[in-house]
Design a protein around this ligand. Sequence first.
Ligand code: SME
Length: 152
Amino acid sequence: MSDYPRLARQLEALLDSRDWLTNAAQACAFVMQEIPDLNWAGFYLQRQPETLILGPFQGKPACNPIPFGKGVCGAAARTRQTQRVDDVHAVADHIACDADSRAELVVPIIVDGALWGVLDLDSPRPARFTSDDQAGIERLVATFVAASDFTG
Ligand code: SME
């Protein structure tokens, strides 16, 4: 099991830029490096109404754009609730970017009360993400938000 308090401290130390783009690139590389059994980790950003655009990520080239009405990422954006899926093959409107992906965790990112984007993690291992992982990844997202300036 990952030591999320330690990971949050390490991420905070790593994010020494205020630039959200630099910090997002560093944050997804850090997550991919430190959290076992992931095949994709990255950001989708809301830069158009009701649409998620692919941002910094680690892994295979991914689907873009994603409307709020579709998939696990769309559900996270629409509801502003973290989506934790044990087996994406059981989700009817899951957007399959990579057939190897089985479990998915998508955390909405809220900045100044508005949905800024989501952090999406995929794993080839079914039921990879526990409620502890969810709380830990939400903590890492909060660390990223606190470290970043989103005005530029
Ligand atoms: N599976 C996601 C799409 C993004 S990729 O996994 C990188 C979804 O259903 O929203």
